[in-house]
Design a protein. Structure first.
Length: 297
């Protein structure tokens, strides 16, 4: 593990550690968390906020047991108080902030429907809550039990790098509100709110960063040009140039107590097949922001 060029004079030191993947040029910021009280320290909150704003991804490692996910909940409440992060989102009409990600063939957490995350199946590239008019800007995954049988690898891909691989035509049409996005039944919050129509790309008005929302199985293009742009996006995602940019975070890299925090619009994520029936992660999403339907060129 290699320290950044200038040590931070705070109680929360930020490191970088190289992540072995198809591309060896990537690294992700890393913060060890020796105790739960760090969630209340201003220097720690400053580091977490600054890293999420600048990099959009952060790996933390807890040095203490936390099966109740108290640290991450305290961290988000204090980011709300000190850095104006929006509060965590409820997952559905009958689920709160926290969502357990584990194989569950018979018992479902929401609306009597099985979520994709409750299966052992591969979950291809997506952003969370792409079906929301106000998707969360950030989400976090805490590892309670890694997959010990060789599956459950989390893969991440930077959206800015992905967009450089698209044609101007595709980027232009992905900015237009010509896509129907269906709400999965397990995440319906209000009866009748089963779909939205909008664009897949937008510009964050505060940071000027390009943001993507995407989950292939629930997106339907509404015109020929939109269909061609979507097809190109899907093709590029499976191509060799995109694969060079992927970071594959294996269970060995994310042991028990790991937390990955990500900017939901600036990073795509995916998961391969889960092989361990005891694999258990916990997710929280926060800071909902309007996904503008106006083309931003």
């Amino acid at each position: 593990m290699q320290r950044l060029s200038r040590p931070l004079r705070t109680a929360s030191k930020l490191f970088r550690h190289n992540t072995r993947s198809i591309s060896s040029i990537h690294s992700i910021p890393y913060i060890p968390v020796p105790g739960p009280s760090l969630a209340y320290e201003s220097s720690h909150l400053d580091t977490v906020n600054r890293t999420l704003q600048n990099e959009g991804i952060l790996h933390m490692q807890l040095a203490f047991p936390d099966d109740e996910s108290s640290y991450i909940q305290d961290l988000l409440l204090n980011l709300h108080k000190t850095h104006a992060h929006g509060l965590p989102l409820t997952h559905s009409a009958n689920r709160g902030w926290m969502w357990d990600i584990r194989p569950s063939p018979d018992s479902f957490q929401s609306n009597n429907h099985q979520a994709r995350s409750e299966t052992t199946e591969e979950f291809p590239w997506h952003t969370d809550c792409s079906y929301e008019a106000e998707p969360p800007r950030f989400f976090a995954l805490q590892v309670l039990q890694p997959d010990l049988c060789g599956g459950g690898t989390l893969s991440v891909l930077n959206v800015d790098k992905l967009l450089t691989l698209l044609s101007p035509f595709a980027r232009e049409w992905l900015f237009t509100p010509n896509y129907r996005i269906t709400v999965p039944p397990e995440f319906i919050k209000l009866q009748g709110d089963t779909e939205i129509v909008g664009n897949l790309l937008t510009i964050n008005p505060n940071s000027n960063a390009t943001q993507l929302r995407f989950r292939e199985d629930i997106v339907t293009p509404l015109c020929e040009e939109a269909a061609k742009a979507l097809a190109e996006l899907k093709s590029v995602l499976l191509g060799p140039a995109a694969k060079e940019q992927i970071m594959n975070l294996t269970p060995e890299m994310l042991p028990r107590g790991s937390i990955i925090l990500m900017d939901n619009g600036r990073w795509l994520h995916a998961r391969n097949e889960v092989k361990d029936p005891n694999r258990h992660l916990r997710r929280v999403r926060w800071d909902a922001r309007q996904f503008s339907n106006q083309p931003c060129m």
